[in-house]
Design a protein around this ligand. Structure first.
Ligand SMILES: Cc1cc2nc3c(=O)[nH]c(=O)nc-3n(C[C@@H](O)[C@@H](O)[C@H](O)COP(=O)(O)OP(=O)(O)OC[C@H]3O[C@@H](n4cnc5c(N)ncnc54)[C@H](O)[C@@H]3O)c2cc1C
Length: 289
């Protein structure tokens, strides 16, 4: 196995392009090293990105948007004074991942690129409108987060692509997000269903923007435009919540496994969508954080 520790994303991309066999970027290593030690995937080339300057920075930009380095661990996100004020749902999704030890290493980008349909941070990134910079031999381009997942364990990244920054929009006024998941235990488990909701209200409390996303109910995370549409123009009354739950359940295409049946996952998706919407709405009103 070859190990590289480049000082720039251009060098990381060039190393990945030239590599043969299986290549993995090493961010927190909570998937890569676990898979390596369990003999699930033994990469021929490991490219550690943590020596690239800025990869662990959290920056609030002049317009209120955020730029995160791609090796920023969940623990740094949770402990940051401003990020969780603006995006509590995104931070809580990341904070649900693993243990304290895992939190000290695991990153948003690694969670996305591992390709799990149940990855907790991905629905929250999708509803927040997160974009990613991708660097390769042609330069750097910016794409929405949902351009990356391709299926279980797969992404649309091609050889020589490395994600070089995470861009989170400005929160703006009267906005709130939330993420909830169902697991059979109280912690350290994988989502049977995960749901993120992001809302914006007008001054009268009417929902003007909505985004709803589900994890673990299809081969990739789902973004539910129909479910979001049920919320627009409402003040989250019972009728709109019922329509939301119905649309969320209707969008599910899950598998049955030992963690939950198709019927259970489909039902829970609707329940979580309602609950996450209520939390996001209260946050958008400034009632809770
Ligand atoms: C005990 C334990 C509990 C866990 N619990 C949960 C949980 O509850 N919920 C959950 O969602 N996950 C859970 N996970 C998995 C979670 O820790 C990972 O998915 C983590 O977020 C991956 O981030 P990382 O930085 O460690 O990635 P790494 O392991 O470093 O990399 C993961 C993948 O991302 C790719 N990658 C990394 N950086 C880049 C980049 N810049 N550009 C392109 N590709 C890149 C790598 O090539 C690799 O394929 C758990 C893991 C463990 C060990």
């Amino acid at each position: 196995m070859q190990y590289h520790s480049p000082n720039s994303f251009e060098d990381a991309a060039a190393l990945a392009l030239a590599a043969t066999g299986t290549t993995r970027f090493l961010a927190g290593g909570t998937d890569v090293l676990v898979q390596l030690r369990a003999d699930i995937i033994t990469p021929d080339t490991v490219i550690d990105i943590k020596n690239i300057p800025g990869t662990q920075n959290i920056t609030c930009n002049a317009d209120g948007s955020w730029t995160l380095g791609v090796a920023t661990p969940g623990a740094e996100m949770r402990e940051h004074a401003g990020l969780g004020q603006d995006w509590p749902g995104l931070v809580e999704a990341m904070d649900l991942i693993g243990s304290t030890q895992v939190q000290g290493r695991a990153t948003l980008v690694g969670n996305l690129c591992n390709g799990s349909p149940a990855a907790d941070s991905v629905p929250a990134m999708a509803t927040a409108g997160v974009e990613l910079s991708i660097t390769n031999a042609q330069g750097t381009r910016r794409v929405p987060v949902m351009d990356i997942p391709a299926g279980p364990g797969r992404t649309h990244l091609t050889q020589g692509d490395v994600i070089s920054a995470v861009h989170i929009p400005a929160r703006g006024e009267r906005g709130g997000d939330a993420y909830l998941r169902f697991i059979p235990r109280t912690e350290m488990d994988i989502a049977v269903v995960g749901c993120a909701v992001n809302l914006r209200l007008d001054t009268a409390g009417v929902i003007t923007e909505a985004s709803v996303s589900l994890g673990a109910v299809a081969p990739t995370v789902l973004v539910l435009d129909d479910a979001a549409d049920t919320l627009i123009g409402s003040t989250l009354d019972d009728a709109s919540l019922d329509r939301l739950a119905e649309a969320a359940s209707a969008a599910c295409n899950p598998i049955s496994d030992k963690r939950g049946t198709i019927e259970f996952r489909t039902h829970v998706a609707g329940v979580l969508a309602k609950r996450a919407a209520k939390i996001a709405y209260a946050r958008a009103q400034g009632v809770t954080k």
